[in-house]
Design a binder for this molecule. Structure first.
Ligand code: NAP
Length: 290
């Protein structure tokens, strides 16, 4: 039995379809099973929450492999970014050790470090440390930015594109190697067949700045907009006020915007994905941008 967390997310939904097609017995730890869509009838469901570590124990019963994708880039009512990414992963690994799990697959991120300026990448570094320190055979993925058509960030950009000018947070100079969620899911499937103990950096085939990603997203929607850079202190103050007023309904938070200020680059480029037999797609091709 494989326990998949984050099955309703970008990578998780693509991965779940591959696992059920391969007839792998899967259990999904989810907050709301309805968000699994049609796949929910093909899997076992364990209701659980990253902010509720006791829920991990039931979910792990009889499990030999854990693929831990669930993560949060904004604070939630019952858990901070640090609790949901750092402490929850540590508790998940501990619970998996106690349950006799044989293999733990974890998603960290490129640039995760205890000294990173963002709370999310600091929490991921601590989470990765907990996975590495465990006695369970593990595989770590460190991706650059992951995207799929209609994902929350591209949806936000398409809404902003309705404005006469396209606002862009900060300088837009941070660099990324965007990788399609489906390519990431293919990498995970290949890694499950390979041995444990590896750390794969997942990057797409080209390096794009934040500004170039916004331009590409606009092209894919056949919209021409002048980009206006909004200074970081203004973005930060505005988004903090918006989050205080709208809570979890805020369309964007400063913690999310700040992540776009940090480059996520792998010196190895697509080499690790290729080692897993995956040739990552170009973002323009996936989004149908001219
Ligand atoms: N996307 C990127 O650019 C990127 C970059 C670097 C690393 N990563 C890492 O790669 C992995 C997969 O990313 P992704 O883009 O597929 O993530 P995603 O689309 O944001 O999905 C997050 C998943 O976590 C679940 N989740 C959130 N809060 C939870 C909670 N309190 N309890 C239980 N589940 C919770 C969500 O479930 P609900 O449906 O209940 O919300 C969802 O299934 C993550 O670990 C992420 O941190 C992603």
């Amino acid at each position: 039995m494989l326990l998949l967390t984050g099955a309703t997310g970008l990578v998780g939904s693509a991965l779940l379809r591959r696992l059920t097609a391969a007839r792998e017995p899967v259990r999904c730890l989810v907050r709301d099973p309805r968000r699994l869509g049609p796949e929910r009838v093909r899997v076992q469901i364990a209701l659980g929450d990253l902010s509720d570590p006791p829920s991990f124990r039931n979910a792990l019963r009889g499990v030999d492999t854990v693929v831990h994708l669930a993560a949060a880039i904004r604070d939630q009512p019952h858990g901070s970014i640090e609790e949901l990414n750092g402490i929850a992963t540590w508790r998940m690994v501990e619970a998996a050790e106690r349950a006799g799990v044989e293999r733990f697959v974890f998603f960290s991120a490129l640039s995760a470090s205890a000294h990173n300026r963002t709370r999310f990448l600091r929490a991921k570094a601590l989470a990765e440390e907990a996975v590495r320190a465990s006695s369970i055979a593990h595989t770590v993925f460190a991706p650059s930015i992951i995207y799929a058509p209609g994902d929350p960030y591209l949806t936000l950009l398409s809404r902003l594109a309705l404005l006469p000018l396209m606002p862009i947070s900060g300088s837009g100079r941070a660099q990324f190697q965007p990788i399609w969620a489906h390519d990431v899911a293919d990498c995970v499937m290949a890694a499950l067949d390979a041995g444990a103990g590896e750390r794969y950096e997942l990057a797409g085939p080209e390096t794009l700045s934040h500004r170039e990603i916004v331009e590409l997203a606009l092209r894919s929607q056949h919209r021409h907009r002048r980009l206006v850079h909004v200074p970081t202190p203004i973005v930060s103050r505005t988004l903090r006020v918006l989050e205080a007023l709208m809570k979890s309904k805020a369309p964007a938070t400063w913690d999310e915007a700040e992540l776009l200020e940090v480059s996520l680059l792998s010196e190895r480029g697509t080499a690790d994905a290729q080692r897993l037999g995956v040739e990552p797609s170009y973002m323009a091709a996936v989004l149908g941008a001219p």
